[in-house]
Ligand binder design. Sequence first.
Ligand code: T4K
Length: 408
Amino acid sequence: MSIKRLALFGGEPEFRHTLHVGTPNIGDTKRFLTRVENLLNRRQLTNRGPLVRELECRMAELLDVKHCLTMSNGTAALEIATRALNFKGNAIVPALTFVATAHALEWQRVRPIFADIAPSTHHLDPRGIDRLATSLTSGIIPVNLWGRTVDIGTVVAKAAGRGLAVVFDSSHAFGCTYKGKPVGGFGSAEIFSFHATKFVNTFEGGAVATNDDALAERIRLMQNFGFADRDQVIHVGINGKMNEVAAAMGLTSLEAMDGFIAHNHANYCAYLEGLTNVEGISLVEYDASERNNYQYIVIEVDDVATGLHRDQIMQVLHTEGVDARRYFYPGCHHMEPYRSRPKPAGQILTLTDETLARVLTLPTGTAVTAADIRRIVSLIQRILDGRIEVSHQLAKHNHSARFTSSQK
Ligand code: T4K
């Protein structure tokens, strides 16, 4: 098809209704509404009602952990888990993550120390722990990014050798495994996010999973103002509770989870097949020997091979109704308050920066079909085939957009 038919040149966009990264999966609406009706009849809306208790039981079983404590969101889960483990001073985190991973520490005046990644995995490179840990370091938050796991064995061993606590940010990795064992039971604790954009969602929500009874007890107290009993507060605490409507959605989502994964897997296969022969574009692959949730489709753009920068491809996709995202650009270390701080030695994150200039996340989930994906792939191929005209047209377009905004 002619390059001139692209929306950038005045043609019709490929998709009338924009496809997003993170359109929520819904599950069985009727079952959800029945649960909501029942909870309204019971008039127990929050404070550890039956739906929250049921969700925690089902999740603990699925994750194969002793305790799964639901939370109001993943960020609260991180804050409470790290505080319950007495994180202080500083803690090592990757910068290639959603900013909540760093903010959860900073919010408690624990300074995030950003470690570089291994570019082949996008995960924290465990060797960074040796370089960055000092006497002020109390813990590590490795991130199981895109639902693929960091080198958990090495991270846990290094942390143990230095007496550091490890809380895994497994916001992306619900339902996944590491060496065949469910993510959830590693380190001192793992946290999950069930935000609307996650493949299993509770509108807003999160959880802490742990096998440590004493830690679970502390977290439970801290999540509920420190109440041990009606009139008995025995600890400082905040409100981190999940409510019953959220839990109703969580249970409905869990029931549909296998179907969501099957759908995501089919979408992943369609991308994999379609992009195999597209020069300069590589799909970040999942390890087929593990259980994966396939919820993120991430590509890397080699601008030398494609002749276009990742941002140029993204801009054209946007005009075509494909809301590709450059997660998690520009990286936490380039966001405030971290950006303005002097960079200690070892905190120049060359590999993170290079990766963040190449990465693009594409739409998937149950709102996106394999047929949509074939259209996205052929769109990408068309953009690359017309790279020279596309590049000129974008330059013109961006120049006139800058001119118009400077006139305002
Ligand atoms: N750690 C990691 C590694 C995380 O990824 C996250 C959250 C956290 C910790 C913290 O967990 P929470 O405290 O959030 O539970 C989104 C989410 O807000 C965030 O939860 C998530 N990570 C991050 C990866 O993505 P945005 O800014 O991309 O969201 P937004 O609103 O642009 O949504 C993406 C697209 O999804 C929209 O363009 C349209 C679609 N969408 C979104 C919502 C909320 C819908 O169609 N319906 C919706 O209701 O951050």
